[in-house]
Ligand binder design. Structure first.
Ligand code: CA
Length: 235
């Protein structure tokens, strides 16, 4: 069992950029904004990294070694698991950026180089807010549940709910994807991290604690158990 309190759940952004200085700058600024940042410098590696751990958003340079940004984007859009993965494409100024827009690669937004970090961070927030409203906000509401990520508080109706760090992260994750069913493995990966060894049964233990904390009154249980599949937050 994991005994240490896990760090708060932060959106994970993968930066795919082969220009070292820009990649470093992006990493620094996104990290400062509170995101978890991964980095790689070519298209093929990007696809592998996305397979290993799906990011919440990808910042993708158009011109990349091995597989181009456009091709990475197209492949991600063809796959069911990454069809809706938010992508911000970085393009060069001028004709190239017009052309790439015309190609309709399926990117959610395009940022033309050179750009300011303030602008890029604003675009990142905007895309996250549009695509996953729960991810970019400090406070998220779902039904009678409210989670405040800054104050680390949870309320059900008017009632304050006290959760341990793991239960807080579980609820936070569910509230980002209401109605979606997650397997125990997916929850382990998202909430505990893929590099931590925890038995899948641990998930059941923490779901149990989360339920007990949320269901103090005669209210409905918002966590649905899906037989042989996993758990979901009811919509
Ligand atoms: Ca490049």
């Amino acid at each position: 069992m994991a005994t240490e309190a896990p760090a708060p759940l932060r959106p994970y952004i993968l930066v795919v950029e082969d220009e070292d200085s820009l990649a470093t700058l992006l990493q620094y600024n996104l990290d400062k904004e509170g995101y978890q940042v991964g980095q790689c410098a070519d298209g093929e590696e990007a696809l592998i990294r996305i397979d290993e751990k799906q990011p919440d958003l990808v910042i993708l340079d158009w011109m990349l070694p091995t597989v181009s940004g456009i091709e990475v984007c197209r492949r991600l859009r063809q796959r069911t698991d990454t069809r809706n993965l938010p992508i911000i494409m970085l393009t060069a100024r001028g004709e190239e950026s017009d052309r790439i827009r015309g190609l309709d690669t399926g990117a959610d937004d395009y940022v033309v180089k050179p750009f300011s970090m303030t602008e890029l961070c604003a675009r990142v927030r905007a895309v996250l807010r549009r695509i996953r409203p729960g991810l970019a906000e400090d406070r998220v509401r779902h039904g009678d549940l409210m989670i405040d990520r800054v104050a680390h508080r949870v309320k059900r109706g008017a009632q304050e709910v006290h959760l341990g760090p793991t239960e807080f992260r579980l609820l936070d994750y569910f509230m980002q994807h209401p109605g979606r069913v997650f397997s125990r493995e997916q929850l382990l990966d998202a909430v505990w991290g893929s590099d931590v060894y925890v038995e899948t049964r641990t998930v059941d233990v923490h779901i149990g604690r989360l339920r007990r904390a949320l269901n103090t009154e005669d209210n409905n249980d918002p966590i649905r158990t899906v037989r042989s599949a996993g758990y979901a937050l009811d919509v």
